[in-house]
Design a protein around this ligand. Structure first.
Ligand code: FAD
Length: 505
């Protein structure tokens, strides 16, 4: 088994992982040759949720906007469950972080006056969303990948799957890795481990997430003894493109920001019945409103109407949505309504970290969607997640660089690799049915019992990356349902109809 050591290993190549890598390579310690880094990604570098982000990244910039308004919007969306100190720290840091993204090569759209062209999204009281057409995440992903220069002291390994982590008695992390291309295992040790493994959308049958979003970071962190919190704070995006009973594409919030209206099957606009902010109410409210309206009418979807927007707005700001709707459904969004339904989108909870992104396990960090930082509270404000990832990459760099462990105190470890024959569809269907937008206690209990039954009856099989990920999903799914059963209040995205119904609708 090949064995190497790095001072810091980062797992994940989205905005969380790559921006951590870049900040570290800009440090004096790295430039002086005193720091070795390694970043790994289980698929290609660009296979990330980051690459699929559409709308943009939030930061105060326009005249009339200010930090207090961004803080207030974030707290309102998060139902005040947010950690206000963290919200302030991130929001205040945002403009400088945007400069880092620009410095690394992201060309955000500008307007005719040559200033940044800021969009407004649901829950934001001002236009503060920096974007690159409707493909902001892709532009950021490409810029970060191009800026991440590899060297002897900074390695990047694609198609490398983390399958196990053990912390030895001397505090070193031993990473058991599977080289997907050559189908072989190897080990890396590190003093500091950064989990930037993204979300867990694959827990659900219908999600906007990439296939790599299987909750691996939660799985490993929990085994290492880290605190996991609020996993059941799952955000559903109100407008997944509904296509042959499936969700094939996300229709960005910015389209509603530009004036698109939600209509039921009768063509009647309905958001005014649910919230005075109409289509720009926070996502949890829009999602629950759509589900309630679909139930009322007995419909399989609702419709998003952008036909009154000018072709200039559509062509300039939403070219990807226009071409996807044409390609998948033969719909011209300038003339026809778009069928949409709410779809799993974002994990607000995760591995609990401090203001430097460190967990309660010394040396273990979590950055990006996998982390629970306190920024989002019980619901993420749109376009705050790319921001959170780069903010904590920056904050963590300080602590990642503060001490250096001795490397010659490795204690031997024995990896136990477990892989089971698990029906992933069954797991996803149970979670989708019982831990969706509107939950009830009996359903959650039934799902928990069924998932535990699957776990205790699972048959061991030889290692296979897909089956391994299905086992991870089963374990993380159990954690999510247990978390949902512990929640005693409906707040933000969390809604159990058996709890006191103090939420609208
Ligand atoms: C369709 C879509 C649109 C979105 N739009 C926006 C938006 O407009 N604005 C916004 O702020 N947010 C948006 N989001 C959310 C945002 O994109 C994500 O929260 C963010 O990109 C997550 O970044 P990350 O670095 O944490 O994870 P990701 O970008 O998902 O990267 C995860 C990385 O971890 C690696 N990994 C995972 N497990 C392992 C393992 N076991 N071994 C090795 N590697 C592993 C993966 O290979 C990948 O490289 C959107 C999300 C989606 C899906």
């Amino acid at each position: 088994m090949i064995h190497s050591h790095h001072d810091i290993v980062i797992v994940g190549s989205g905005i969380g992982g790559l921006s951590t890598f870049l900040y570290l390579t800009e440090s004096d310690a790295f430039k002086a040759g005193e720091l070795s880094l390694c970043l790994i990604a289980k698929s290609t570098l660009s296979t990330t949720n980051t690459d699929w982000a559409q709308g943009g990244i939030a930061a105060v910039h326009a005249i009339g906007d200010d930090v207090e308004k961004h803080i207030e919007d974030t707290m309102v969306a998060g139902a005040d469950v947010n950690d206000k100190q963290v919200v302030r720290k991130v929001v205040e840091a945002a403009p400088a972080l945007l400069n880092d993204l620009i410095r690394w090569g992201t060309c955000f759209d500008k307007n005719a006056a040559n200033d940044y062209d800021l969009a407004q999204e649901g829950g934001h009281s001002e236009a503060r969303i920096w974007h690159v057409e409707d493909q902001t995440g892709h532009a950021i992903q490409v810029a970060l990948m191009q800026s991440a220069i590899v060297s002897d002291n900074a390695k990047i390994l694609e198609n490398t799957l983390l399958v196990n982590v053990i912390k030895d008695v001397n505090g070193l992390f031993h990473l058991h890795l599977f080289d997907v291309t050559n189908a072989c295992f190897f080990e890396i040790t590190t003093s500091k481990l950064v989990l930037a493994t993204g979300g867990a959308g694959m827990l659900y049958a219908k999600t906007t997430n990439q296939h790599v979003a299987t909750g691996d970071g939660i799985f490993f962190a929990q085994k290492l003894g880290a605190t996991i919190e609020n996993l059941s704070y799952v955000q559903f995006h109100p407008t997944g493109l509904f296509h042959d009973g499936n969700i094939s594409f996300l229709v960005t919030e910015a389209l509603r920001g530009a004036g698109a209206v939600l209509r039921n099957q009768q063509g009647i606009a309905f958001m005014h019945q649910y919230d005075k902010r109409l289509e720009l109410a926070p996502r949890d409210i829009v999602s629950r409103s759509i589900i309630t309206e679909m139930k009322k009418q007995g419909d399989a979807c609702v419709w998003l109407d952008a036909t009154h927007l000018s072709s200039e707005v559509i062509d300039h700001h939403f070219p990807a949505i226009k071409s996807q709707c044409k390609a998948l459904l033969n719909i011209d969004i300038a003339k026809e309504l778009i069928p949409v339904v709410p779809v799993q989108h974002y994990s607000c909870g995760g591995i609990k970290v401090d203001v430097f992104g460190e967990t309660n396990v010394s040396g273990l960090f979590a950055i990006g969607e996998v982390a629970s930082t306190g920024l989002h509270g019980a619901n993420r404000l749109a376009s705050n997640s790319l921001l959170e990832a780069i903010a904590f990459a920056k904050f963590a760099t300080e602590k990642l660089l503060d001490t250096k462990h001795e490397v010659n105190l490795k204690a031997p470890v024995h990896f136990k690799l477990e892989c089971f024959d698990i029906d992933r569809n069954q797991v996803q269907n149970l979670i989708s049915q019982h831990a969706g937008i509107i939950k009830n206690t009996k359903g959650l209990q039934q799902a928990l019992a069924a998932l535990q039954f699957i776990k205790s009856n699972a048959v061991a099989v030889s290692f296979d990356p897909y089956q391994f990920a299905s086992g991870v999903l089963l374990d993380v799914g159990i954690l999510l349902i247990e978390d949902a059963l512990r929640q005693d209040q409906n707040r933000g995205v969390f809604y159990n109809e058996d709890l006191v119904n103090d939420l609208v609708p």
